[in-house]
Design a protein around this ligand. Structure first.
Ligand SMILES: N[C@@H](CCC(=O)N[C@@H](CS)C(=O)NCC(=O)O)C(=O)O
Length: 239
């Protein structure tokens, strides 16, 4: 039977799928949240059903959509969180593209994508290299992006959201990446997590007071976390 609601497929992690999950949840759009093991992923890869050999994907009937931003944009339109005004839509796209840059740079600290025997493969980095890259990431890329996002909110005369007068998918994207940076998150300190670093100094600790220089972002994070659908989602999906 063809399901008439989206099936979102990703690993057992927030990663690049949590934004779409949060958007669907916030807009009360039904979706199937499928989480795969690495073994399942390998099988899916060999079956050729992944358009670019990567996750997340979203299945809608016989159609498979890849690329996290494309999926999240679809979710946002379904959820009523994508701006109707074209200029506001472009501003929201800009912010979500920055979300994607931050995700790419973060996972690039952990894995390298290399060509071996004519195939793209992911190679885990040496622990010390990961730590060095993460330190650089939090010292340079993160503040540069957070500063800009803070400024965008300051300059928005219409509200304390990033774009226009109400919540959009751009706010949820920024919320999502800020949650990933939470130093208490399982992402950093749970040995079973994909990104746990066993050596040389135990789990990586992201900076504790990351949001201290960015009061608008702190307010935004609190506001989004208090949306009832999001609060309920986070209670049942803390990691
Ligand atoms: N541009 C893609 C990147 C997707 C991506 O890198 N996914 C990772 C998991 S977070 C993956 O499937 N990696 C396997 C591989 O690249 O071989 C997106 O934003 O969805």
């Amino acid at each position: 039977m063809i399901k008439n609601y989206p099936i979102l497929v990703y690993f057992q992690a927030k990663g690049r799928a949590e934004l779409s999950r949060l958007i669907f949840t916030c807009g009360e759009v039904s979706f199937d949240d499928q989480r795969l093991s690495f073994e399942d992923y390998g099988q899916m890869c060999s079956s050729g059903e992944l358009p670019f050999g990567q996750l997340p994907i979203m299945k809608l009937g016989d159609t498979v959509i890849s690329q996290s931003c494309a999926i999240a944009r679809y979710a946002a339109k379904q959820a009523g969180l994508y701006p109707i005004d074209h200029l506001q839509a472009a501003l929201s796209d800009m912010i979500v593209d920055a979300w994607r840059d931050l995700q790419d740079l973060l996972y690039g600290c952990y894995v390298d994508r290399v060509v071996e025997k004519g195939q793209f493969i992911m190679k885990m980095r040496e622990p010390s290299v990961k730590v060095k890259r993460l330190n650089e990431y939090f010292a340079t890329s993160v503040p540069m992006h957070l500063e800009k996002l803070e400024q965008i909110i300051t300059q928005n005369q219409a509200s304390s959201f990033l774009v226009g007068s109400s919540l959009t998918w751009a706010d949820i994207a920024v919320f999502d990446i800020l949650c990933i940076y939470d130093h208490t998150g399982k992402f950093w300190n749970e040995p079973s997590a994909f990104s746990y670093i066993p050596e040389p100094d135990g789990p990586y600790q992201p900076p504790k007071d990351l949001l201290q220089p960015y009061p608008n972002l702190e307010t935004l994070k609190n506001t989004v976390s208090q949306i009832p659908q999001i609060t309920t989602w986070l209670q049942s999906h803390p990691y």
